[in-house]
Design a protein around this ligand. Structure first.
Ligand SMILES: *Cc1c(COP(=O)(O)O)cnc(C)c1O
Length: 810
């Protein structure tokens, strides 16, 4: 939008007066921030109304991205940038005497996600709006986001993340768009005038109220919607008789149990299994979302048989997979379609993204629980399954074994991934390797049955948040060098290849990295009291804490370096700062022990004169989007070292390369595609391949204890965990020890150790060769454009959704 500084000042002063009856300078920081947010929302509102109107009027196809998680982070900066008024705003603030510094820090992160899956959903929202794809988000407005992590005495302590405590300027409660979601009760069929009606009785009603957040595209007129649902009691259900008889507690009971549905985000999907509340959450937002889509569809007055030509629903992992049955229910029970008509529309509408092949993370629900909570939905799933099993039976000439393997309902459990596959027209993995593993290993039976459904969509990240906004100096240098087209067309970054060996450009990128590192060092000093050296290698490992992501392998290399230093204090290594950040699921003991281990080592090594000026360890508390935005622009080394075959894609890897870090990587997830893009000179690879890992599992011929007994470096390190060397209780790290020796090291930490140590010393020697290192770094930036989620969204739009771009005219 076009607005000059003077107009902006007038608007802003008026906003502060109207909202808080305060002058600009006297207002509290919170009020200054809230008024700014509200003003930005005003600026979006005209385009937002127009977007909705023009989508409806044109009947263009719209996408709904259903996701249990949206890890959006802060919105102030990205909204200002997407509106194109960031500079105006900063200048106006300077004129008004309001400090711009820290104003962004007033905003609390919307941490409505665990990690990669939720962040992907947020990046997709930005890219859909910025590339003019009519696409909205649908999810839950959790009152508490993922817990806040505190480190006390080296341990993770979880504190509630009350992100709404100061309100949320970006959202608008849409009371009039509330819908009813039904749980429990009895269902039976009734004949009426020759028609079969479905009767659902004695159910519990929950009111779903939507809160809408505008998703502003980058310098265009598109404003899509993120709609998050909140659970409330139906007003008529409030127990007034108890209340008026003075029994306030009883009157509140129902209210609490209903509101619990949108109270908290479960920390880590793979460790919270079989919880009734989780299933309620899933059906709650799916039913509310599908009902609201159906309502807007009906308003357009198009025949229901065309539904899938105007609506696409993408289900982000299996958590929203009940959408398949919910759409069937709406089409049959409420709109009167036949099974066959409804099933054609449903599969034409739904598309499913798979995010994991780890067996323990594949979602399944006990039939008993499911049937009781969602009786009608269960009936529909049973019928989908009956028909599907019948087809399998016929295709494979009565092979019951095949039917059993592929049945959606099996062993008293409902397998949600199978429901999603059968009920969708598209099944995609999130990186080339991952999709191949799905097709040929985990879902091979389904690939054989429905080959046309399977496709790959490698994940991406929005380069606007992860480069333009979080690394302004680098973004400015890029624009100075190749122009600003890369912001709308990220593949333009490739033009930087012309400068990879340009000494002046190398020096500039290096200076920017150094500046970023200095800023970060000051932040670490003031927040943690730890002094770190900005000229050391910043070696960064930030992501969820999980055994398969192998933070432990990183730790073992540090222990090895430390042990070497203790033998030889003059060991010639480039000084390194190892930076970690990770939350562990509260019930995941091994992960929590690893956090304690990192902090224990940090304390020991950071205070040991032998290691001074050589190794430092920093553990960043409460890793989330805003901390990621701070640390990624400072990284020299990006740790992407998961056990090959375990990481579906990874997106952290893309953010780091885009900011010029060199990746130390296994050939896993999208690391494979990063390797393809930059070539072997510009990435440091190590470790087992996915095929080797799979072979070991299959043949059961890996013996961790053999390595432990033969490699004296590892023997020493593993013993140090339990022999008092770390000056903790000897039992402190017993779960880690047990995972390696008695439990045979499921993730091949010991197996990959030697190769990892070599890779790390290669990093050391490359870093000493400044010009080679800078060339690698620039190559990574130049090749990162293909990983922009603009490209990913473009592929979804063309190959899955069939949604043309749609220009909003003002
Ligand atoms: C990108 C991102 C992730 C995903 O990181 P991976 O390394 O791909 O696991 C997790 N958390 C946050 C806050 C992120 O920004």
């Amino acid at each position: 939008m076009v607005i000059d500084k003077e107009e902006f000042k007038v608007d802003y002063i008026e906003k502060l007066q109207n909202m808080f009856a305060e002058d600009a300078v006297d207002a509290s920081r919170l009020h200054q921030y809230v008024a700014l947010g509200a003003l930005i929302k005003d600026y979006c509102s005209k385009s937002w109304i127009e977007t909705n109107k023009q989508y409806g009027k044109s009947k263009t196809k719209q996408v709904y991205y259903f996701s249990m998680e949206f890890l959006v982070g802060r919105l102030l900066n990205s909204n200002l940038v997407n509106l194109g008024i960031k500079d105006v705003c900063e200048e106006a603030f300077a004129d008004l005497g309001i400090s711009w510094i820290d104003i962004e820090d007033i905003e609390l992160d919307a941490g409505l996600g665990n990690g990669g899956l939720g962040r992907l959903a947020a990046c997709f929202l930005d890219s859909m709006a910025s590339t003019k794809v009519p696409g909205h988000g649908c999810g839950i407005r959790y009152k508490y986001g993922l817990f806040k992590q505190k480190i006390e005495d080296g341990y993770q302590v979880e504190v509630p993340d009350n992100w709404l405590k100061n309100g949320n300027v970006w959202e608008i409660r849409k009371e009039n768009k509330a819908v009813e979601v039904r749980f429990y009760g009895e269902v039976y069929l009734k004949e009426e005038n020759g028609e079969t009606k479905v009767i659902h009785e004695n159910y519990q009603s929950v009111r779903a109220v939507p809160y809408d957040t505008p998703i502003k595209g980058y310098k265009n007129n598109t404003v899509n919607t993120l709609r998050l649902w909140s659970a409330e009691t139906m007003e008529e259900d409030f127990d007034f008789s108890s209340f008026s008889q003075g029994n306030y507690a009883k009157a509140g009971e129902e209210k609490y149990s209903v509101e619990a549905i949108s109270q908290v985000l479960y920390p880590d999907d793979s460790y919270e299994k079989g919880r009734l509340l989780r299933l309620k959450q899933e059906y709650f937002f799916v039913s509310a979302g599908m009902q609201s889509i159906m309502k807007s569809y009906k308003k357009m007055n198009i025949s229901l048989s065309e539904f899938h030509k105007h609506v696409a629903v993408q289900i982000n992992d299996t958590h929203p997979a009940v959408a398949v049955a919910e759409l069937m229910r709406l089409l049959m029970d409420e709109q009167g379609l036949t099974w066959d008509e409804a099933f054609t529309i449903t599969t034409g509408t739904m598309a499913y993204t798979n995010h994991t092949i780890m067996a323990e993370a594949l979602e399944k629900w006990p039939v008993e629980m499911f049937k009781k909570l969602l009786p009608r939905i269960y009936m529909i799933i049973e019928e989908i399954n009956r028909r599907f099993c019948n087809e399998v039976y016929h295709k494979y000439n009565g092979d019951w074994n095949k039917v059993n393997k592929m049945s959606i309902i099996h062993d008293e459990y409902i397998r949600m991934a199978y429901l999603a596959i059968v009920g969708s027209h598209s099944v995609n993995g999130v990186a080339k390797l991952h999709t191949e593993l799905l097709k040929h290993q985990e879902l091979a039976d389904f690939y054989e049955f429905f080959p046309e459904k399977f496709n790959n969509k490698t994940n991406g990240i929005t380069h606007r948040r992860w480069l333009l906004n979080s690394n302004e100096e680098l973004a400015d240098l890029i624009t100075e060098t190749i122009g600003d087209k890369w912001i709308k067309s990220p593949n333009e970054l490739n033009k930087l290849m012309d400068y990879a060996e340009d000494a002046a450009f190398q020096e500039k990128t290096q200076d920017i990295k150094t500046n970023n590192k200095i800023t970060f060092s000051n932040y670490i000093l003031s927040n943690y009291g730890t002094e770190i050296d900005p000229s050391s290698i910043f070696d960064v490992h930030v992501k969820r804490m999980h055994a398969y992501k192998r933070q432990l392998l990183n730790v073992f290399n540090i222990m090895h370096l430390y042990n070497q230093l203790r033998e030889n204090p003059n060991l010639d290594i480039v000084p390194r700062t190892f930076i970690f950040g990770a939350k562990a699921s509260p019930s995941y003991t091994l992960a929590k022990e690893t956090i304690k281990l990192i902090n224990t080592l940090a304390k020991k090594i950071n205070n040991d004169p032998i290691a001074r000026d050589k190794i430092k360890i920093v553990f960043l508390e409460n890793y989330g989007v805003s901390i990621a935005e701070k640390i990624i622009p400072c990284a020299d080394v990006s740790q992407q070292i998961s056990t090959a075959s375990k990481e579906a894609s990874g997106t952290g890897n893309m953010k780091f390369m885009m900011n010029g870090a060199i990746t130390i990587a296994t050939l896993d997830g999208a690391n494979v595609e990063i390797f393809d893009a930059v070539g072997k000179e510009n990435i440091v690879l190590f470790g087992l391949t996915s095929q080797e890992v799979i072979e070991y599992y299959k043949n059961r011929n890996y013996r961790a204890s053999d390595i432990y007994n033969s490699d004296m470096r590892l023997n020493c390190i593993v013993n140090q965990l339990v022999n008092g060397f770390l000056e903790t209780d000897k039992m402190e790290f017993m779960t880690i020890y047990d995972s390696l020796i008695p439990h045979n090291d499921e993730f091949f930490v010991l197996k990959d150790f030697d190769s990892y140590v070599r890779a790390q010393s290669e990093i050391d020697s490359l870093f000493r060769q400044k010009s080679i290192w800078q060339k690698m770094s620039i190559t990574n930036i130049a090749k990162s454009g293909i990983f922009s989620s603009d490209n990913t969204i473009n592929q979804y739009a063309k190959e899955i959704w069939d949604t043309p771009t749609f220009r909003i005219k003002l």
